[in-house]
Design a protein around this ligand. Sequence first.
Ligand code: GUN
Ligand code: ZN
Length: 465
Amino acid sequence: MVQTAIRATFFDFIDDPWKHVGEEHRAARFVHDGLLVIDDGMIVAFGDYQDISGDYPNVEVTEIPGRLITPGYIDGHIHFPQTRMLGAYGEQLLPWLEKSVFPEEMRYGDREYAEDGAKRFFDTLLASGTTTCQAFTSSYKVTTEVFFDEAAKRNMRVIGGLTGIDRFAPDDYLVTPESFYADSADLIDRYSAAGRNLYAITPRFGLGASKELLEQCRRLKEANPDLWVNTHISENPAEIRAVLAVHPDCDDYLGVYEKYGLVGPRFSGGHGIWLSDSEFRRFAASGASVTFCPSSNLFLGSGLFRLGRATDPEHRVKLSFGTDMGGGNRFSMLNALEDAYKVGMLNNTLLDGSVNPREQDLEEAERNKLSPYRAFYSITLGAAEALSIDEWVGNFEVGKEADFVALDWTAGPPAMEWHQSLLVDEHGPASTEDAAALLFGVMMVGDERCVDETWIMGERAYKKA
Ligand code: GUN
Ligand code: ZN
């Protein structure tokens, strides 16, 4: 296989910026004139062009000038069969599911419809710079097959799984605990760890999962301890009340998943807005992760996730970020960052507004602020660590898979170039701080129009028209 290389300006992370309060640049790595050498999709060398180009005299080099190369974005929580119905008007979580979500997802029982949806889904992800996602499918096996098949065609690293709901949905859309076990087991045999596919046992949420369904999830996890577990948790107050009514033997929402042995390092719970301090601590202690989905939380009016609480260094919860599309009204992780920043600012008004702010509130307020370092870490290396996929993706370490994005920091709305020129001159970023300033402009003023190219395993998979 011919080795190839990219010569460009690179920005990635080697550590968690929340660990470097006041000097977050130390968590980032900026290489102004860098070389990324790729062999068979894998990174074999990365560093300053001057330092390493001599070791690769015959490599075929692609130059990408005027762009900032970041690792591909990881969407930790997205719903493949909601691609068409995002932006549905008027309801909060539970009536929204009944009115808009289930009817659309039921169309994905038809293979042709699902295949068409899958092409649009992955095309849109790539145009948004998202190279990896953890996705919900539907109650149907065929939706899950189509999801994995289309991801494999594009050679994308994805996590997904048959999405089980055996109550609180139209009868035709319910699984039975037994059918969920059998269908999941068959899908695991065929898709788990095939190519870049990873399998998540996926009970949809506490309200849609009977004790019997969760018991089958436990059996699946016991039989396949290396698999991921993906679900929702503590998204909406009406949901939480209903969950505790279905599972009265559990003290809180996390307790439902704990009871069935599902909570640990490869467990992700989407949302977590209303988690108690005790639940946050149990997340931290078990190594499970929460996926913060700010666009969805605002769109559905679910609430404000306490980012500063989740990043308490004493009880640090592993975090990925997600669009939760169609709960979120955008596909782009850049929009998720924009909304996450605003959620942090609003949370700080609530903390500031308390009559006697406590020292711990002020520390939490500092951690709520989504700097560009925290933001881009959270959709690259941080997400990879939270989802336990950092052996493959998340930054430009040698041995990882070469998935990346070429960002045009001047693209976006009409005055974007002028706006960014206030921060950094026309020669582009010359330092880590410059790059971070431009990235903040990209997330707050730009959008997916800033994504100029998306590369998967060293091959260009998307180029903006
Ligand atoms: N809880 C159960 N199903 C869903 C879903 O499809 N979207 C969101 N946001 N929450 C859910
Ligand atoms: Zn969701």
